[in-house]
Design a binder for this molecule. Structure first.
Ligand code: GLU
Length: 448
């Protein structure tokens, strides 16, 4: 059997969004699952709209997601090839020249002449039946009566998408064309071109549409966020890959968390859903938390350090690595994204941390200076000062005062962290350290 060769063919006229990333993923997965090749083809025929910044964003994001390509092509460097094939069709009488009539703006057929600037090459569509078996959707057939003659080379000399796509897919030996189902209507047009050019057909697989949760297609407003922005928001590539995979495929049962290696083993293109997938960002948050929870904290630290530096919390040339690592471990299980850490752990890095107004009213409006003072006394005497010792000092105190622990636990937490939620209080106290804990409690005794 021929080696599987698939391609991802983005136009660099915009960033890589969820839809494109999922198409890339399914292609890459298919290649991996068949020990095939994954080809990246930049469809930059529209030179006015193609931008280097989009190319950079797309390639950066593909690499970040781990979809490394085996070969890379640019359509803008292959114009001669497209022109040669178009000329061949022209010579065989399967295409004709067409010129825009000045003023009228209408196309007029011009036969048997050399191609001149300003003339388009147009493919004659003859009535015939076009059907193909889509690997995901099964049999699809079209009536060519609805297909008009097709421009192969536009009057500005650039190739039309369907034509460049067919020439490239054939010359690049693409065995499987896997793309979004918004391209289904292009497929019969492409099949006619394969036939006319004498190329053998690849297999086609059209992935289901991705809808926004509110309904309708993804748009700028509805979830069509660039992959690079997800990265900046603090999502992990492995969580995004897992999430994208579920937009159209399932490993079976209720299973949702599945690593790349294992899913590549289980992946089968025939089992991709036919129905539209819905983009659910809450689910992505949930998934990201699942991955953050179990990720090696020292790897997370590498991602978090620049954020801490940016917030002015550390100087990356001079900081306590083990301390930051412990804090990451302390918060890891509760994080949705990485920047959450910077926000939630702020009180470990600054004394002027924001204080939640409601929390202050709820837990610190009552005078607790006597209780705070007693707690301070005990903290001062603790030796060693560790989590277990802090906890027993606290428990002994509330017992002696004959109060419920919550009477003191919430006010102390708000006083020390400015927040009502966070990691265990005794761990917070331990990592804040004796001095800072006492200083913060004393500040409240003095009136806050
Ligand atoms: N450049 C096209 C797109 O971005 C590629 C379509 C295809 O895969 O054939 O939609």
């Amino acid at each position: 059997m021929d080696t599987v060769r698939v391609r991802f063919a983005p136009s660099p006229t915009g960033n890589l969004h969820i839809g494109g990333a999922r198409t890339a993923l399914f292609n890459w997965f298919y290649a991996k699952s068949k020990q095939g090749k994954f080809i990246l083809r930049i469809e930059d025929t529209d030179q006015a709209r193609s931008k280097k910044e989009y190319f950079d964003e797309i390639t950066f994001s593909l690499n970040w997601l781990g979809f490394h390509w085996d070969e890379l092509y640019y359509q803008s460097r292959r114009f001669d090839i497209y022109r040669d094939y178009a000329r061949k069709l022209l010579d065989e009488g399967r295409a004709y020249l067409s010129r825009k009539v000045p003023d009228a703006g209408l196309e007029q057929a011009v036969q048997d002449q050399p191609v001149e600037q300003g003339e388009a090459i147009v493919f004659k569509v003859l009535p015939q039946k076009v059907a193909f078996r889509d690997l995901i959707r099964g049999e699809i057939s079209f009536d060519t009566e609805v297909i008009k003659d097709q421009v192969l080379i536009k009057s500005d000399g650039t190739p039309a998408y369907n034509f460049a796509c067919v020439v490239d897919d054939a010359l690049m030996g693409i065995t499987h064309v896997i793309r979004g189902d918004d391209h289904i209507s292009n497929t019969p047009k492409q099949i006619l071109l394969y036939r006319a050019l004498g190329f053998s057909l690849p297999s086609f697989a059209h992935l289901p549409l991705i809808l926004s949760k509110e309904g309708g297609r993804l748009s700028k407003r509805k979830g069509a966020t660039a992959i690079s922005e997800y990265r900046e928001m603090g999502y992990l590539p492995e969580a995004l890959v897992n999430y994208l995979l579920l937009l159209g495929w399932s490993p079976g049962g209720d299973r949702e968390i599945i690593g790349t290696e294992e899913s590549i083993r289980l992946f089968d293109i025939a089992h991709v859903n036919k129905t539209a997938a819905v983009l659910d960002l809450d689910k992505l948050d949930w998934m990201n938390n699942q991955y953050l929870k179990t990720k090696d904290p020292s790897l997370l630290m590498e991602e978090v350090l620049p954020l801490l530096e940016k917030a002015g919390y550390i100087d990356t040339n001079n900081f306590d690595r083990n301390y930051v690592l412990s804090l990451i471990q302390l918060f890891q299980a509760r994080l949705t994204t990485l920047p959450d850490f910077v926000e939630r752990a702020d009180f470990f890095f600054r004394d002027d941390f924001p204080l939640d107004r409601e929390a202050r009213e709820k837990f610190l409006s009552k005078d607790l200076s006597a209780e705070f003072s007693l707690f301070i006394e005990r903290l001062k005497k603790l030796e060693p000062f560790d989590i277990a010792a802090v906890e027993s000092a606290f428990r002994d105190l509330v017992q002696e005062l004959a109060i419920q622990s919550k009477v003191l636990i919430h006010p102390v937490r708000v006083a020390l962290t400015g927040k009502t939620v966070g990691p265990g209080l005794f761990e917070v106290i331990y990592y804040l350290g004796r001095e800072r804990t006492i200083a913060r409690l004393e500040w409240w005794i003095k009136g806050g």
